[in-house]
Design a protein around this ligand. Structure first.
Ligand SMILES: *Cc1c(COP(=O)(O)O)cnc(C)c1O
Length: 334
């Protein structure tokens, strides 16, 4: 295993926290009353869904953009995104006066495309996968001199996402485990670095969808593997971890204790649970932690568990159809 996980420190995460304060919301940690009752533990939600862009990615995007050299700020930035990184970057770019171009595949839901356009960024739809959209990013870098700010495999992005972990520690002196949605691994890398530095005994669980779980498959194989992207309720978790992954694969291998897969029915059940039982709105990829807990993968009885609810940018027609069907009432929830 590599040494990349040593290249981002707790000090970097503290510095990010100071840098982005004021530009991002300091989100609340609230007790999940219904889930705590059901599972017999103390379960808390870190509500990143309450960020102004509806997802935690504003943290990493703001931290990365505010540290760019002046020439890069003048040239503008480009990224590939399943939606939420693009939205975070668009928001941060507007605040900082930096041109932002977001390249997306045709699998990205319309609600996310619109959200980004409304923030004044340019959107290019290119291909049917993240990797194909990356081709357009490479072209814009070569031909227009734009600077890439990626969604996860970037130390400034990881440090920015790690501020979620710092805030959890500030609000909860003692916890046993944290459950974090996992895709490219920027969020869980930052959170794990923050938590494990403070207290190595805290267990870190990553959860992802069974359809196209790139990090999960790469962990199992011991090297980066490509997966076929499929439509999923957890669209924000889609995409590969990059053939030249430098940081997150190594950090996840070192610091994440367990990773779990949840299927589409379990994700729908978790969205429905959050809506009916906790009165919260989340998007599919943000509900995978709840799906994993309800499915019994992660033992919660007698423990203090923090679950990161990472975003809420779900198509409202999709959400209303799910909550009307109340799939959380149909056992078994696995
Ligand atoms: C991007 C995203 C994730 C996954 O984050 P990674 O850093 O790619 O692992 C989880 N939830 C939401 C809402 C996201 O937008």
């Amino acid at each position: 295993m590599g040494e990349a996980w040593r290249s981002i420190s707790q000090a970097d995460i503290f510095a990010a926290h100071r840098r982005i304060a004021g530009a991002v919301t300091r989100t609340p940690l609230i007790r999940a009353h219904a889930l705590s009752d059901r599972l017999g533990g103390e379960i808390w939600f870190k509500l990143e869904s309450l960020q102004p862009t509806g997802a935690f990615k504003l943290r990493g995007a703001t931290n990365a953009l505010s540290q760019l050299p002046a020439a890069a700020k003048a040239a503008g930035v480009v990224c590939v995104s399943t939606g939420n990184h693009g939205r975070g970057l668009a928001h941060a770019g507007r605040v900082l006066g930096i041109r932002v171009v977001v390249c997306m595949s045709s699998l990205v839901p319309a609600v996310k495309v619109e959200g980004i356009r409304k923030l004044g960024a340019e959107v290019r739809i290119h291909g049917a996968s993240q990797d194909e959209a990356q081709g357009e990013v490479d072209r814009l870098i070569a031909e227009e001199g734009l600077v890439e700010v990626g969604p996860f495999d970037d130390p400034a992005v990881i440090a920015g996402q790690g501020t979620v972990g710092l805030e959890i520690l500030e609000d909860m002196a003692k916890l046993d485990q944290v459950v974090v949605p996992l895709s490219g691994g920027g969020l869980i890398s930052g959170v794990a670095l923050a938590l494990k530095t403070a207290s190595p005994a805290i267990e870190v669980h990553g959860v992802t969808m069974a359809e196209g779980a790139a990090m999960y498959e790469s962990l199992r194989a011991g090297h980066v593997v490509e997966v076929v992207e499929k439509p999923t309720l957890a669209d924000c978790l889609g995409g590969g971890i990059g053939p030249h992954n430098r940081y997150t694969f190594d950090i996840v291998r070192h610091l994440v204790d367990h990773s779990w897969l949840v299927d589409e029915a379990a994700i729908a059940g978790a969205l429905s649970w959050l809506y009916h039982e906790e009165r919260l709105i989340a998007e599919g990829g943000a509900a995978v932690g709840v799906a994993s807990l309800l499915g019994g993968h992660i033992a919660a009885a007698g423990k203090t568990t923090v679950v990161v609810i990472s975003g809420r940018n779900i198509d409202t027609d999709k959400l209303t159809a799910i909550v009307a069907a109340k799939p959380h009432l149909t056992p078994p929830i696995v």
